[in-house]
Design a protein around this ligand. Structure first.
Ligand code: ADP
Ligand code: MG
Length: 730
């Protein structure tokens, strides 16, 4: 194994960067060439059909069979012209990665003549076996079959691989009885709920608004590690993170990696990733080094949220494929290395209207500013009322390492507004009166509201420690994990905001019916929300211990572990929230909850097993070998008559090694027993908690002792690549 380590190290040092040549110097020459977008549809479809498809896409209506047939034919012609031989429905099951099942266009006609074919039925619906995907027991009680259905609002694309090209059709994935089994279907439902709820609210201010949608820009953090070093680490290979590893003497303490110059090999990877992304219509814009050594980030220009989520899933897949080409492995795990920063996925989120307004961007008049404030305050209220659900939406075994680890937002949900907007909210709280306001009072308040500057983006006024921060013209949900499918937290966010906006509208209507003027009703209700949601507003340091105490005083939850955080999915509040917005039925929520618990258990179980086997099969043999070497040495020294003091150091190390070995062995054995016990627990939640509170607690002590051994044992015989070797990219 040590030989493998050195071989891996040698090849990682000797690699030459792979240069990549873009199809053109201008990205606009080849952006979205592999996407069946509006432009291509226009070219391949008659005007009339094109219009029908566009309409159906923007309104979310069904596309009729005849039109679908024409779309399928043109899609096939286009894809074949690019060299595609196969097609697949491309979907996002609850495994967390994307799924595809390829079929050839090739077909035999009735006369057994070979031909290329792609029918509307192949475009619109397919039937993958639902029982092979996580379904939370839905398949046991209902039909085993599931189907994927075309999402015309996300354009089809041609994926290139070394072996050929495939037409990919974005689809939702549902069980035969209609339960959603993926991340896309609920998101689409939440977006529809948001649209319906936001329109009447926007119309208080602008009658021309007839469509509201969400926008999302996802910043993706990741680590790169040389593929040979990766392959020499069974823990990394099986769990996505290093279960062992002493900290390198030099890690991120000098802060010299962030925004530093990009190593040539990494640069080659980034350029390649960008080219392939651009071809697929992913609008990547930014690339840079991140805080930890060998950590990087890329970010696209924001898009319609459904597309942004699809693009992020596609991007993660591309990153993996392209990294391999450059002899890297991309690590999307939230915490690949202990003691170094983890990776997140900042979700920059806002809402837009068909009148061209970003609803989180203040305007230049009191009226447009009041619209901005209405949306803004309703979002704050929604996050306040459903903070536990927001927390549950980002819960996973891997993200648990990150939240609250003094480098990422804590598990406490809070919102950062910035000084200016805090002042505006305080002002409204102070000036809006319960009784009827005088015209002078109203004018004074409107004047103040009109004063909100159009540009709020002030970089000095930024708080990087907040899990949910307002950043000038959007909210940034920073607690999302780097490996997550954003569809999940975004379904939650859009649903709670939709629900809140509907409540707001109802409240305003009932007040105006009783004779209050609309603008006064709006202000009064907003004031009420400001008061009610005060506890969630926090401008200070979210990483500090002080905040934990303060949050407790305010009655905010701080749930640090996944199995308990997930409870928020099954509270009465959540169940009725999702049901009244037509996002999830009770059955679906229970199924999802079950899947998330199962995933958690499996992840910890795998980590525990890998930990045991690496400790016993890799670490202990190396330690014992080195110890034997020392024993031989001591024996030799004794034999030639040297004094005891001359080999005292060796004896000391021999003893130290023994002590660590004893602890490691005992704890691995004990952990196995505890795991067995946990496995016998029938109730899923209790089993998950047992894995979290019992099994996982052994990780720390086993790791501690292994890492101590790493610092003692001869470098030449250490079996695993070390941190300093893995995080240094040459
Ligand atoms: P940061 O300083 O946090 O990196 P940027 O301005 O670079 O901020 O934006 C980060 C992300 O936010 C980008 O993906 C960007 O496109 C996205 N973004 C900007 N405006 C919006 C918006 N209105 N809605 C959603 N995302 C947005
Ligand atoms: Mg950001």
């Amino acid at each position: 194994m040590a030989i493998l380590r050195f071989k891996a190290l040698e090849s990682s040092i000797n690699r030459t960067p792979i240069a990549v040549i873009p199809p053109s110097n201008k990205v606009s020459d080849y952006f979205a060439t592999n996407v069946f977008d509006k432009e291509k549809m226009h070219k391949y479809l008659s005007k009339d059909v094109f219009k029908q498809v566009q309409e159906a896409t923007s309104t979310g209506q069904r596309i009729d069979r005849k039109v679908a047939e024409l779309v399928a034919t043109s899609m096939k012609t286009w894809a074949i012209s690019l060299g595609a031989t196969h097609y697949t429905h491309w979907f996002q099951p609850l495994t967390g990665s994307t799924a595809e099942k390829h079929d050839a266009f090739f077909e035999l006609s009735d006369e057994q003549r070979p031909m290329e074919s792609f029918s509307s039925s192949a475009l619109v619906q397919q039937e993958p076996d639902a029982s092979s995907f996580p379904n939370g027991g839905i398949r046991n009680t209902f039909e085993a079959r599931g189907y994927t259905a075309w999402d015309p609002s996300s354009p089809a694309f041609v994926m290139e691989g070394p072996g050929g090209k495939t037409l990919c059709i974005p689809t939702i994935f549902v069980s035969y009885t209609g339960e959603t089994l993926d991340f896309k279907a609920p998101l689409l439902k939440a977006l529809s709920a948001l649209n319906q709820a936001a329109i009447p609210v926007c119309q208080y201010f602008d009658k021309n608004v007839t469509h509201v949608w969400s926008t999302l820009g996802i910043e993706q953090e990741y680590f790169l590690v040389d593929i040979d070093l990766f392959n020499a680490r069974p823990d990394l290979e099986m769990t996505g993170r290093t279960l062992f590893g002493a900290n390198a003497a030099k890690s991120q303490q000098l802060d010299d990696h962030y925004f530093g110059s990009i190593p040539a090999r990494v640069y080659g990877f980034m350029v390649d990733l960008e080219i392939e992304s651009w071809k697929l219509g992913i609008p990547l814009k930014t690339r840079h080094n991140e805080v930890a050594p060998s950590q990087f980030e890329c970010a696209p220009i924001f898009e319609d949220i459904n597309l942004a989520v699809d693009h992020n899933s596609l991007l993660m897949d591309l990153m993996d494929k392209i990294a391999r080409k450059h002899h890297f492995k991309v690590l999307l795990h939230e915490k690949p290395y202990a003691g170094m920063n983890g990776s997140g996925k900042h979700n920059n989120w806002s809402m837009s209207t068909d009148t061209g307004k970003n609803l989180l961007s203040p305007g230049n008049s009191p009226k447009s500013n009041l619209l901005f404030l209405t949306i803004f305050i309703n979002i704050i209220k929604a996050v306040h009322d459903h903070a536990d659900l927001m927390r549950a939406g980002i819960a996973s075994a891997s993200n648990d390492h990150r939240l609250g680890a003094n480098e990422a937002p804590p598990a406490i949900m809070s919102i950062f507004l910035g000084g200016q907007l805090n002042a505006v909210l305080d002002e409204i709280e102070k000036s809006v009166k319960d009784k009827k306001m005088t015209p002078e009072e109203k004018t004074a308040l409107k004047l103040n509201i009109g004063k909100i500057p159009e540009i709020l983006l002030d970089n000095t006024d930024r708080n990087r420690t907040s899990p949910f921060a307002f950043t000038g013209n959007k909210f940034e949900f920073r607690a999302v994990g780097s490996s997550a499918n954003c569809g999940h937290p975004m379904t939650i966010l859009n649903t709670i905001v939709a629900d809140q906006l509907r409540t707001f509208h109802t409240e305003v209507e009932s007040m105006t019916k009783k004779g209050t003027k609309t603008d006064e009703a709006i202000l009064k209700i907003l004031r009420k929300y400001i008061v009610e949601s005060k506890a969630i507003r926090f401008e200070g340091n979210g990483y500090g211990e002080e905040w934990k105490k303060e949050a407790k005083k305010r009655g905010l939850s701080n749930v640090t572990t996944t199995p308990v955080a997930l409870d928020a999915f099954l509270t009465k509040t959540t169940l009725s929230l999702f049901e009244r917005n037509n996002i999830f039925t009770h059955r679906e929520l229970e199924a999802r909850h079950e899947i998330m618990l199962e995933t958690y258990i499996k992840k910890i179980q795998i980590e525990s097993r890998v930990m045991g086997s690496v400790a016993i099969n890799h670490i202990l043999p190396a330690a014992i070998k080195y110890q034997t070497l020392l024993i031989d040495n001591v024996r030799g020294m004794k034999e030639i008559g040297l004094a005891k003091e001359t080999y005292a150091a060796q004896v000391e190390i021999i003893k130290e090694i023994s002590a660590h070995i004893v602890i490691i062995k005992a704890n691995v054995d004990e952990m196995l027993e505890v795991r067995k016990k946990a496995n016998s627990i029938e109730n899923l939640r209790s089993r998950a908690i047992a894995y979290c509170d019992k099994v996982k607690t052994y990780f720390e002590i086993i790791r501690y002792n292994v890492d101590k051994l790493e610092l003692i044992v001869d470098d030449e015989s250490w079996p695993l690549p070390k941190y300093r070797e893995m995080v240094t990219i040459r």
